[in-house]
Design a protein around this ligand. Structure first.
Ligand SMILES: [Zn+2]
Length: 323
């Protein structure tokens, strides 16, 4: 119950009761409640700006942890990137060079993604920058790996071709060293045994007893084994592919037939003196793109360094060929 208040009326010279209007009571009450509510709201609002709730604190910690993880992830990507760069360097400088493939340019390896913005959905957040950067790096890293992987596929194909190529070219001496009685004559100007005229000798003559084995100088297909070409007598021609052919002339006997596939080192025939020949020997020619070339440049399969230098010395002597 509120106190009853009076006032002194100077006209009537008496105390009179102050009548409080009901409406005013309500008005003051409403203002008080509203004021308190406003104050409480302001207090909570201000407090929330400086004091965090336990849930908020947990979220903040989580966010910090996430940022740290992103940074660590970027460090790991740095490492992966440097390993990959090393592989790319070796790929360009060694593998692709060795197998005669063009190096892959840096721009192609590290190309980003043009056109539409792939990272739009990641924009507009406090941590957008680190998330977008990390995603970009990861995408480029992935692309680099794809490019590198394709390059290695290409190298694998080239390597198996190279192996085939190396097995195919005529690269061994077709007669065993033990069977040679002497190195008769090499490629170059020689005196013709029949006419005694100096003329170009397009092959190498290996002097060996009749019946000494002759071996295929490289993998290939026998294109002829007959005696229908002038001068060569019984002879064998092998097509090695890649523009290479080898020819073995003046044979005593054949050990292969036309269209037969042969491997390097296969026994294909025996030394004889058929055709335009003075004594038992093998006349050996190497052809490249329909030209006869010096076979001596190809013996690296079965000769030691010393044997090779002896062979070079003998073959260079301008003597009489056996044709
Ligand atoms: Zn000859």
């Amino acid at each position: 119950m509120s106190k009853v208040k009076y006032y002194y009326d100077s006209d009537t010279l008496s105390y009179k009761k102050i009548e409080r209007k009901k409406r005013n009571t309500f008005k003051y009450g409403a203002i008080f409640i509203l004021g308190s509510a406003l104050f409480a709201f302001l207090f909570v609002f201000l407090a929330s700006q400086f004091v965090k709730s336990p849930k908020e604190r947990a979220l903040a910690r989580e966010l910090q942890h996430m940022e740290l993880q992103y940074r660590l992830l970027n460090k790991k990507m740095d490492e992966a990137q440097s390993v990959l760069s090393n592989v790319e360097e070796r790929d360009n400088a060694i593998y692709r060079l060795y197998f005669e493939a063009n190096p892959i340019p840096e721009e192609q390896r590290k190309a980003g993604f043009g056109g539409i913005n792939r990272y739009k959905s990641l924009e507009g957040f406090d941590n957008s920058k680190i998330i977008i950067e990390t995603n970009k790096r990861m995408d480029i890293l992935q692309k680099q790996i794809v490019v590198q992987s394709k390059s290695l596929d290409e190298i694998a194909v080239l390597a198996s071709d190279k192996e085939k190529f190396l097995a195919s070219i005529p690269a061994i001496q077709p007669v065993n060293n033990e069977d040679l009685t002497r190195m008769a004559s090499g490629y170059g100007y020689r005196t013709d045994p029949f006419t005694k005229v100096r003329k170009f000798h397009y092959g190498m003559d290996f002097t060996a007893p009749r019946g000494s084995p002759i071996y295929a100088a490289g993998d290939g297909v026998v294109t002829r084994a007959d005696n229908t070409a002038t001068g060569y007598g019984n002879h064998i021609r092998i097509d090695h592919g890649y523009g290479y052919e080898s020819l073995y002339a003046h044979l005593y006997k054949y050990n292969v037939r036309a269209n037969q596939k042969v491997k390097r080192g296969d026994l294909i025939g025996f030394v004889g003196s058929t055709g335009r020949s003075e004594a038992p020997h093998l006349h050996y020619e190497v052809w490249k793109d329909n030209d006869r070339i010096n076979p001596i440049n190809f013996y690296y399969g079965n000769l030691s360094a010393e044997e090779y230098s002896n062979l070079l010395e003998h073959a260079a002597l301008e003597n009489q060929s056996l044709d």
